[in-house]
Design a protein around this ligand. Sequence first.
Ligand SMILES: [Mn+2]
Length: 317
Amino acid sequence: MTWNSLRSLIDKNDSFLLSSHLSLDGDCVGSQLAFYWYLTSLGKKAVMYNHDPVPAKFMFLEGAEAMRTELPDTAFDVLAVLDCSNLSRLGWDTGKFAGGPIINIDHHRDNNAFGTVNIVDVGAAATGEIITRLFDTAGIAYPPAVAEALYTAVLTDTGGFRFPNTNSNVLHLCANLAEKGAVPPAIYEKAYASHSQAGLLLQSRIWSTLKFYFNGRVCCLEMPMSLLDDLGALYSDSEGMVDITTTAAGVQVGIMTKHTETETHFSLRSKGAVDVGRIAQQIKGGGGHSSAAGCTLQLPLDRALAAMLAIVEQELH
Ligand SMILES: [Mn+2]
């Protein structure tokens, strides 16, 4: 049913603008590339536009160079939003699409069903998983480059098959993608083992901030944003560092701050005992999944962290 309504919306229209949430991750990139391939294979006109650029490590994916950071002037029939829980998370003004058809394919729990067609499965590990299942259910044969994009989406949104969303369905799906041409060790190397020297130096500085709270139940890392300029590193070089926080035995909540003098962003992680999505939702604009979430406070680090720890303490077991 969902596939039929998606397919009829695609059939009735000719041009599509694809977009994903701010600060693109592997799922945003892989899902867009796969959906872009599908639309163009049908002879449709499609453009991928995002507020933020593709992280360098995902540029190996075929078609990634076509993803733009400048909104095209031309009109589009349909806005297709992938891996994004609401329109404001896109980070750009979608006003000109108001009232027109919008496709919403996502797995975020706080997705507000903003689309004309909504394919939202909060049980899916990645939007790439939803798209793979749509293709497979519809019997669509896709080339190895698309299998690679979809595998990258699922690999990165499961933290390299480590997060609580990793299950037998996900592993079967990825085995299927490997059979269709995705090469797991090659994608691992691109996604997780292609740091720049400045990026690895940045990580060493972040490691050195490690602290524990509440008898080891909370682990925290800090990244002053000024470090990026100091070292010539990129914001994306810190991606995945937050996951270090939950590798200590006994940790229930992992926190990584990214802060300037006036603003503190929190990335939150859980191994399952605590719902960090619920923690993030207590702060305006925050949200995410039960095992990975984020929010921002317009406060300097010391005051923001004190406020966050007070919220987290209520959720600990
Ligand atoms: Mn995702």
